[in-house]
Write a protein that binds this ligand. Structure first.
Ligand code: AMP
Length: 186
């Protein structure tokens, strides 16, 4: 597990430490030179996962969003948990070619490679307040595409949260003036 010295995040040190204690660093995955942040241990630990989800809900306020959009695939796990905790629903933001009906799409550069995200064009009721979530914020390309798609589809972005932010990649700056909530920043 990651060491917990000088741990920081937007929900305070204790929440950041919870995430830090349940992330595994996997060198050279999926490509040489990438240090993959594996959050499966966090998802697998019920009490810790619940505490982290509760911190995210507390940060945004359960009354301030109507639906949660999760970015495929690990964002689905986070989105479903937040939705269940708040009695809201989930909208999947999917990789290209997975959605069965007419979809809007956005192509963007990744920390490793390029990708396209899609959302059903009728995914949101006009003006619906959407909390967008993913597991990791790296360069911010994925998040920018997801946030744009939500707005293109008629949603209003109510917030954006990740469990873990790679601060040195400046994704947060790329997304400005939108606000990023990261439970852990490394
Ligand atoms: P980016 O578009 O560069 O911000 O990349 C963020 C997306 O890619 C998220 O959906 C992450 O799940 C994934 N990702 C990028 N870099 C990493 C990493 N080092 N560890 C784990 N996931 C990553």
């Amino acid at each position: 597990m990651t060491e917990t010295a000088a741990v920081r995040g937007d929900s305070g040190r204790l929440a950041a430490e919870l995430v830090a204690s349940r992330v595994l660093d996997v060198p050279d995955f999926p490509k040489p030179g990438i240090l993959f942040k594996d959050l499966m241990p966090l998802f697998a630990d019920g009490p810790v996962f619940r505490q982290v989800i509760d911190q995210i809900v507390a940060h945004h306020g359960a009354q301030r969003f109507d639906v949660v959009a999760g970015v495929e695939a690990r964002g689905f796990v986070v989105a479903a948990a937040i939705a269940y905790a708040t009695g809201t629903g989930v909208v999947p933001v999917r990789k290209a070619g997975k959605l069965p009906r007419r979809a809007l799409s956005a192509t963007y550069a990744l920390e490793y490679g390029e990708a396209t995200l899609e959302v059903h064009e009728d995914a949101f009721i006009a003006g619906q307040r959407v909390l967008v979530v993913d597991d990791v914020l790296a360069t911010g390309g994925t998040a920018a595409a997801a946030l744009d798609l939500v707005e293109q589809a008629g949603g209003t972005v109510a917030g954006f949260t990740v469990l873990l932010e790679l601060g040195f990649l400046d994704g947060r700056q790329r997304l400005a003036p939108r606000t990023v909530h990261a439970v852990l920043t490394v």
